[in-house]
Design a protein around this ligand. Structure first.
Ligand code: ATR
Length: 273
């Protein structure tokens, strides 16, 4: 019988995940189906249970359900525990297992697709919500020279820092508001705020971009105000989050199927369309 998987969210119609996983399944000869499920905002758990009852094997979870997925899981990976958010669910007789592949997806995109060496680099992560939290642990593991957290509400960045410092394992970290960044330079600036969704750019001081630096927006499909501002401010390279989307999908696929698909063909295909 064909194994069933899906992405669940609200809204979900725009999701590229069905296209990505269908391509992975073709490439790796997996007998599986992957659909998109629109769950009512107050009906996430019921929709998951219904999918399990219908024989579902796993789900990708997207906005706004990542925290609920975390709460619903019977067991969780350490990186999901740290993120306090789950983007991948796997179902078995042992129950519901929750994982978070967003951070690995980002690091894979930065290092493999964009060819960036993160060790020894000055990293700036913008935002202190779920998107930032989800990528912190894998970024810290790359051993940057410094990992700075900055947020519109400075107190939230400091709180995030306090929470993750026990896991820092020698990775130098600091946190504050945007204004406190004045006079500093970074090799990589990652926008994990929700500003792009409102078509706004985080209000950053000038001069943040070091020579050769990369500006990365987790949002994909267009040059966001953050990327446009980074270009104007002298960032040498710009990247959107399409590669992260494909790479986090590949990590989820690996968790479910035990095979790691080649991501280059589907990423090229999505870029071309
Ligand atoms: P997500 O799960 O996408 O991270 P979230 O938890 O609601 O969503 O967090 C949104 C993040 O984007 C927060 O860091 C928020 O800053 P505040 O903590 O100050 O609210 C940030 N954000 C949203 N709109 C922004 C904007 N226009 N400029 C800068 N930061 C913004």
């Amino acid at each position: 019988m064909t194994d069933r998987y899906a992405v669940i969210g609200n809204p979900i119609a725009h999701s590229k995940s069905p296209q990505i996983h269908a391509a992975f399944a073709r490439l790796t000869f997996q007998d599986m189906a992957y659909e998109a499920i629109l769950a009512p905002v107050d009906g996430f758990a019921a929709a998951v249970r219904a999918f399990i009852a219908a024989g579902g094997r796993g789900l990708n979870v997207t906005v706004p359900f990542k925290l609920e997925a975390y709460a619903l899981a019977d067991t969780r990976s350490p990186r999901a525990e740290a993120a306090k958010a789950v983007n991948t669910l796997a179902f078995s007789d042992a129950g519901i297992h929750g994982d978070n592949t967003d951070g690995l997806g980002l690091v894979a995109d930065l290092t493999r697709n964009l060819g960036l060496e993160l060790a020894g680099k000055r990293l700036l992560l913008l935002g202190a919500g779920g998107a930032a939290r989800g990528v912190l642990l894998p970024l810290m593991a790359e051993r940057p020279a410094v990992l700075t957290l900055a947020n519109r509400t400075a107190a939230k960045a400091r709180q995030l820092l306090a929470e993750f410092l026990p896991h820092a394992d020698g990775c130098p970290m600091d946190a504050g508001g945007f204004a406190e960044l004045s006079g500093r330079q970074f090799d990589l600036v990652i926008n994990a705020t929700a500003a792009s969704l409102a078509d706004e750019a985080p209000p950053l001081p000038a001069g943040l971009y070091a020579p050769g630096s990369l500006a990365y927006d987790m949002v994909y499909g267009r040059e966001t105000p953050f990327l446009a501002a980074a270009r104007a401010q002298g960032a040498a390279r710009l990247a959107d989050g399409l590669g992260m989307l494909v790479e986090q999908a590949a990590e989820s696929f690996f968790l479910w199927r035990g095979v790691r698909p080649d991501t280059a063909p589907i990423l090229a295909q999505l870029r071309a369309s």
